[in-house]
Design a protein around this ligand. Sequence first.
Ligand SMILES: Nc1ncnc2c1ncn2[C@@H]1O[C@H](COP(=O)(O)OP(=O)(O)OP(=O)(O)O)[C@@H](O)[C@H]1O
Length: 327
Amino acid sequence: MANKLVSDMCLPPHLAHLLAARRLTTAKALALLDERVRLGGGGRLATTLCGLDEALGGGIPLGKLTEVVGPSGIGKTQFCLKLALLATLPECYGGLNGRVVYIDTESKFSSRRMIEICQKSFPQIFRQEGLAQKMAGRILVMRPASLSDFTKSLEQMKVTLLQNDVKLLIVDSVAAFMSSENERGTTGFTQHPLRWALSFLKSIAELTRIPVVVSNQVRSQSNDDGYHYSFEVKRMGDGDGAERLESHLVAALGIQWAHAVTIRLVFESHSGQRFIKVAKSPMSPAVAFPFIVESSGITLLNDEGIDVSGPEITSIRCQESGIKQCT
Ligand SMILES: Nc1ncnc2c1ncn2[C@@H]1O[C@H](COP(=O)(O)OP(=O)(O)OP(=O)(O)O)[C@@H](O)[C@H]1O
């Protein structure tokens, strides 16, 4: 049954298209459909970026790990700030009406910027006395000074999240802990401590049923401004033989990480334009949305999305003079 072809199943055209876009050709795809149903339409944090929400089946899934990855200066923190804001919003505004734990490893969190995004996106909230302050007070910002601090704070996290009605956990970003020493595994841990932390994050998401969003920066040794990163590991037997593509990111975070992430949003730039690409998602088509960052935060230039195919799905492009060069 698992090997029955999707093309023999008389599925509605839009579903057949989705499955084809993800190269899901057998009944295994139906199991993924069940997963989507199980998550349910309400089990999401809407990003309010309409095209992206539609592609993700309503937004960022609860109980799963979402990775936001891209070069420096592209807009990952802007996206995280917006998500944090949205999670605190009352449900009537599409929010989760909860608290947020924001692990800010690079001191990039800015309450001033968040208020600006809120003012521009939801001016009506500022008209309700005390609501903006109430929402701001719902975000707990933690600044671990080291990987060891980070792992310690995670160990206490499950209880904190459950006790405090936390509806979103953000780690912005894990790149801060990817020192060359950690990458070489010389810290004396039998398992890389960052990998431990990341698999722990996955278990936190599953236990607490909240969305866990982790930002991750790609770095290049190259001075070229147009290059590719492959971040998925090519599995043995996929396509052309037993070749394995171990990219910089996989080397730093491990193959487990590549698989632990349910949703991967790649922020990239090329041809003078920034894009959010749905690079990994169980049921979404691989699409990219052009975006800009403005005072109200990230805005999509269109909600249709551009189909992405071939190696573009598993690469990250950084080619824009207007943003900081990846280092
Ligand atoms: N108030 C604002 N109005 C318009 N654009 C802004 C505003 N604040 C920040 N930006 C834009 O957001 C971008 C920086 O985004 P962000 O800090 O999210 O990058 P990042 O991807 O998190 O980078 P890094 O990996 O280095 O932390 C810049 O291009 C900047 O111009």
